[in-house]
Design a binder for this molecule. Sequence first.
Ligand code: SAM
Length: 348
Amino acid sequence: MDTPVGFPTRNRAASPAPADGPLVDTFGRAHTDLRISVTDRCNFRCSYCMPAEDMTWLPREGILSYEEIERVARVLRGLGVTAVRLTGGEPLVRADLPVLVAKLAALGFDDLSLTTNGVGLPHLAGALAAAGLRRVNVSCDSLDRDRFASITRRDALPAVLEGMDAAEATGLSPVKVNVVLMRGVNDDEVVDFAAFARQTSRPVRFIEYMPLDAAHAWERPDVVPGREIVDRIGAVFPLVPVGTRDDDPAPADRFRFADGRGEIGVIASVTDAFCGTCNRLRLTADGALRNCLFATREWSARELLRAGGSDADLEALCRQVVWAKAAGHGIDDPGFTPPARSMSQIGG
Ligand code: SAM
């Protein structure tokens, strides 16, 4: 991967990470956003993410306890992390999730959110909101019930839509809707999803399909480029860009409808990577710290915690992980190899 424009070309990753100051990498990117996966298990089997069956799950004893997650989050809060998103697997299948949310809310993050398939929200939205969750992203890849069932291998579209309503009813808003667009699978619904965003006032985020599927079947022609998504929607519902990447490290390029009726976003991770402004760090369900979705190396916070490591040790590990971050994800590099773990095992 080429070094992003404006970045130093000298590789300083071999030098020790700074012992104090903000959580930065060698390119000066400050890390303020933490994604925490609470489980690798899921009640869906989305074809672009997991196999239909024979998934090997992490052993229960290998999963971080809520107290362990809280400890890592507390140390990272002290290092300047301001936003936490819970994910999985499907985070709502882990028992007593509101207990973890309350622990994290007490740490005082500016933003505490959750990415979910939505099915558990009618039961859990109230308890999650009461525990301090601010908002949710709900994944939904088709508005057609049969197609939804074929993509997710679960006949659950009505339940997912009910989950979105439940989240809004408890104040977990805005509900953002995540759509992974795949060529020839659901890209004919791109304008339908834009209409859905307009009707519901739910921002829809179109995500480019990434090489993180368990089957390693991803091929570049399957990706619907973000630019094409914007053009196809804009031809029907004129769009106006909202802000620029330079003033927002969030991965979505946002557009509002010119008539003021809502907005969409495009996460062009493949065709227009936003690595130059990446501020994200990940903690997997089994306690591995990762500096990139596509990283092939990870560092075990769990081992450190269970070997009696101190908070100072944990801080040093977090600094080392961020310091070792590459300039970019490298999908376009000739020797690109996807990580051994798929999206549901890392935490999307
Ligand atoms: N189960 C939750 C959900 O459905 O949102 C959280 C975990 S899921 C792995 C997080 C997000 O990753 C979802 O929006 C999902 O669609 C997305 N995702 C999974 N595999 C992907 C892939 N290969 N490319 C792009 N996005 C992917």
